[in-house]
Design a protein around this ligand. Sequence first.
Ligand code: DC
Length: 221
Amino acid sequence: MVSIAIDGPSGAGKSSVAKELSSRLGFIYLDTGALYRGIGYYFVNNGMDYNDESIINKNINSIKIDVRFENGTQNIYICNDNVTDKIRTEEISKAASKVSSMKSVRKFLLDLQKNMATKNNVIMDGRDIGTVVLPNADVKIFLTASPEERAKRRHEELINKGNKISYEEVLKSINERDFNDSNRAIAPLKPADDAIVIDTTNYSFNQVVDKLMKIVEEKVR
Ligand code: DC
């Protein structure tokens, strides 16, 4: 099986690029951030304090999480409830960032991610795919962009969806998440030693896709 790991900070364009590559290559695309968001959603939805690690540790193993590919898109089910759309809020972003720093949560989701790559040709995006989940991935990409550019893209996306959030708030949230994701003790956000780092600040979506397709074609032939 062929596996492609795409890591990087929030808003670097990982998921849209990975989706396009997966449709061109006919690979399954797993958005691993959605798994952490699903866990965050569970605790928010059940009114439990997601900052309290003892609560997380006590409940994590009873969460039923399923990833189903339906009509070519990934759907996340938490305890049989399709939460795919409900996990895309700022509140769940914060909860996901917090729970993803906890050992029990990372352990809980690790096998699910690894198993996916043993059965399918995959493109996975996340923070620790090239370093922890798929250390033997055929291609490792680290996609990044300046915090201001990422905040600008994310802000536009939220405004188009009808949210009234300001650019400054989005930038603050991006900076906080970068800090949490990069400074946690377990599986912090960082490029694998053998990852190709691509800064997309001054590239269009199509330019990034073309670059990645070239890299994939060179490495996986
Ligand atoms: O990519 P995203 O914004 O949907 O991810 C949500 C959170 O999950 C983010 O704060 C970092 C965390 N995450 C992680 O720790 N490891 C991954 N492989 C993917 C996401």
